[in-house]
Design a protein around this ligand. Structure first.
Ligand code: FHN
Length: 442
């Protein structure tokens, strides 16, 4: 379809992908870790023996949760088991290349000692700077840190979702200034930050701040060269979010894939993107009682592979408890994923879309550095082989198990561009990875 051509001052400032080194690094992460942590980890989705039916980090919004009691919870926040290095080691073992930490969620509680509010970790019994410790520990493990920041702030008196009359403007202006100050403060305090992951930007009041948000984005980008900000940050002056009135993405990558994965690569229009995923259903913060469909390690691995096969990053969420422990169910998933990644990470890190037709047996990825094509087999067909359709200018030279380059699989040509790759029985373990080489490669 033809692009619309609406004149915009605060629409997209770039068409097409960013091609600089920092964005290239981002694109090549493949796997990331999200951490939702705050005072909501104390109730853990339960209050006075009743279970909150929504997402645990939203419990303050529940009628049965007295707000003043919630707002006092920080006086009990004392995660004595918190060990940033332990979390960072676990993320590294899992194969994560970047991490997102909720510096401040919608409740407004700051995990860093912000000088612009008293509602921070500094005034909890714990006192120590959690964001600072995480930035240090993850950076030391070679994992890039991104700061999650909620524009919604239920604790700030100037915050509102809608400006109902002009009388409310001064308060909202104060809130905007506060938001700017906190963001500048974060980048000043943690210059290792690689990007900002914005959330809670859907309110009408914020959507109306196209110019302010655009200027703020520029200011933040000037503080850290290469800083990465997704499409969830600002709206254009017509109130469009993520994509401006011309359909062009605002920001460095598409940030709308929350708990869902695109059906195919075409819907992405060539944009970079990330998928953020929970292990249980819609629970990001700690919920002591996970119910319903809790994903298996295999399901999560398949999601990771699917995202990478369509040029996206997969970010898996963890919700530590009020004492600072990562729950056993999450530790188990991290270990399983890490075990698989140790063997097969070559087909994930630095990889993306392989340019091949999708097949029902699984996914293709392709390394952006070595140019190798990988077959990641999630469903072994009963015929014991894989159908592969190559592009018109290609011919397969060989296919072999990632770990055993000398064990070439038997290839049958079934059509001009079609092959049947016969698997050896011993190669049918769960999500096996094979390398495909074309004639003329290497
Ligand atoms: O409301 C939040 C939610 O609690 C969680 O933080 C997710 C993570 O992407 N973002 C918002 C919902 O879109």
């Amino acid at each position: 379809p033809k692009r619309a051509s609406v004149a915009l001052e605060h629409g997209a400032h770039r068409l097409g992908r960013r091609t600089d080194a920092m964005m290239e690094t981002w694109r090549n992460y493949g796997l990331g870790q999200f951490i939702h942590w705050g005072v909501y980890a104390i109730p853990g989705g339960q209050w006075n023996g009743k279970a909150y039916p929504g997402a645990a980090e939203w419990i303050r919004a529940w009628n049965e949760m007295p707000r003043d009691e919630y707002d006092q919870l920080y006086k009990q926040f004392n995660p004595k088991d918190f060990d940033a290095k332990k979390w960072a080691r676990q993320a590294k073992e899992m194969g994560a290349k970047y991490m997102l930490i909720t510096t401040k969620h919608h409740d407004g509680f700051c995990l860093w000692p912000s000088k612009y509010t008293d509602y921070t970790i500094e005034n909890s019994p714990y006192k120590k700077d959690i964001v600072g410790d995480l930035v240090k520990a993850y950076t030391a493990e070679g994992i890039d840190v991104y700061l999650y920041f909620s524009i919604i702030d239920w604790n700030h008196p100037g915050y509102r979702s809608k400006i109902k009359s002009d009388d409310e403007r001064p308060a909202y202006e104060e809130f905007k200034q506060f938001t700017r100050n906190q963001l500048v403060e974060l980048l000043d305090m943690y210059p290792e930050t690689k990007g900002l992951w914005f959330d809670g930007t859907w309110d009408k009041a914020w959507v109306e701040q196209a110019e302010f948000a655009d200027e703020l984005g520029k200011e933040l980008r000037s503080m850290i060269p290469g800083l990465i900000i997704g499409s969830r940050f600002r709206a254009d002056e017509k109130g469009n979010r993520h994509f401006d009135a011309n359909g062009d993405m605002m920001g460095d990558y598409e940030q709308g894939w929350e708990r869902k994965i695109p059906a195919n690569i075409d819907v992405l229009n060539g944009n970079d993107w990330d998928c953020v995923m929970t292990i249980p259903e819609n629970q990001w913060g700690y919920n002591s009682n996970w119910k319903g469909h809790v994903k298996s390690s295999n399901e999560l691995l398949e999601m990771l592979i699917r995202c990478v096969s369509m040029d996206g990053n997969f970010v898996l969420n963890f919700g530590p408890d009020g004492l600072g422990n990562i729950r056993p169910e999450e530790t188990e998933r991290a270990a399983d994923i890490g075990k698989w990644m140790k063997k097969n990470g070559e087909a994930i890190h630095d990889c993306g879309y392989a340019g091949l037709d999708e097949q029902n047996w699984g996914y293709f990825t392709k390394s952006r550095t070595s140019g190798k094509t990988y077959l990641l087999v999630t469903n072994v067909p009963v015929t014991g082989g894989l159908t592969v359709k190559v592009p018109k200018d290609k011919e397969i030279a060989k296919v072999y198990p990632l770990a055993s380059p000398n064990q070439s699989l038997k290839l049958e040509k079934t059509g001009k561009y079609d092959y049947f790759v016969r698997l050896n029985e011993k190669n049918t373990d769960s999500i096996a990875v094979f390398v495909l080489e074309y004639k003329g490669d290497g």
